[in-house]
Design a protein around this ligand. Structure first.
Ligand code: SF4
Length: 306
């Protein structure tokens, strides 16, 4: 006679893999270039990267295995004081002309891994400044990209981060333009642009948020709605990863958490969830995101604390 079945049904978490996500073309090219330099004996040793190659500690650790030393810190000019010989690689989000000049003056060999999208903003700012424009630059204070762009024309570029910053601006010219950092939230930036257009009618607007950032944000805003909770895989210093968390919370209306790796997932966040969305910033190595997805796919929701 057969008794009641004692087997326990094992449910698995449904994982919504938000796409596109993860590494962008600019980051892939920068990392590949650094590896090529490390393997080529024609580049003088030691080989340094000026700041994190991308804002992700796993990507930095991977380059260490190639013998590349990361000079960690945001002020690129000051970082150069730490070295006197060898090769220095400029990262995907660019450097100011002052940094390039100082590296050359020190006799360092330079390698430029700046993403073409960032280079375009540098060229735009140079061109506008040479034609006498004052330029509002929407960006994040302390991030290397604004530091590099502002360095192109320090007397012409005015960094704004918030709507309050816009209210403080005063100009005695009508020759005004606005441009942006590449990795901002397009929705926050739009509000700042609209206020600038209201305050300064006739301002020329050049929105430089890159395609990779826009696509990842739009995917997160729409696809995250299917999920109960979303994990954004990325480093706490990554601007675009933090913006993805913000986009999921504010536009998809779902709880979102930034995780650096499987180890940083707090099971409490998954309480009651059946569908977990996963996305990642454009500086997050693919294998880290894969590990997070695998962990979730093997997770029994019944085993999550209730
Ligand atoms: S996030 Fe955009 S600007 Fe930055 S490296 Fe990637 S493609 Fe280039």
């Amino acid at each position: 006679m057969s008794g009641p079945c004692r087997c326990r049904m094992v449910f698995t978490m449904e994982v919504i893999k938000i796409s596109p996500r993860g590494y962008c073309y600019g980051v892939v090219d920068a990392i590949n270039l650094a590896k090529v330099v490390a393997k080529d004996p024609k580049y003088p040793r030691p080989i340094y990267v000026l700041g994190m190659i991308v804002h992700n500690r796993h990507a930095v650790a991977e380059l260490e295995e190639y013998g590349i030393v990361t000079l960690d810190g945001e002020n690129r000019l000051e970082l150069l004081d730490r070295i006197d010989a060898g090769t220095v690689i400029f990262t995907a989000h660019g450097v100011s002309p002052q940094v390039v000049a100082k590296a050359k003056a020190k006799g360092l060999t330079t390698v430029d891994a700046t993403c073409p999208d960032v280079t375009r903003t540098h060229e735009l700012v140079r061109d506008l400044a040479s034609r006498g424009y004052q330029i509002i630059y929407v960006g994040k204070r302390g991030h290397p990209e604004p530091e590099g762009v502002i360095g192109e024309a320090p007397h012409h570029v005015h960094l704004v981060e918030t709507l309050e910053d816009v209210e403080r601006l005063e100009f005695d010219t009508d020759k005004l333009a606005l441009t942006t950092q590449t990795t901002l939230s397009q929705w926050d930036t739009q509000a700042i642009i609209e206020r600038c257009v209201e305050r300064f009618p006739g301002i020329e607007v050049y929105n430089e948020i890159c395609l990779a950032t826009q696509q990842r944000q739009e995917a997160a805003a729409t696809q995250a709605k299917e999920a109960d909770v979303v994990l954004v895989v990325g480093d706490e210093r990554s601007n675009n990863s933090n913006r993805l968390v913000q986009v999921v919370r504010e536009l998809a209306g779902r709880p979102a958490y930034l995780v650096d790796s499987v180890e940083s997932i707090n099971p409490e966040w998954l309480r009651g969830a059946r569908k977990v969305g996963v996305t990642s910033g454009s500086s997050t190595p693919t294998y880290i995101t894969r590990a997070v997805i695998k962990y979730l796919e093997e997770l029994d929701p019944e085993a999550v604390p209730s």
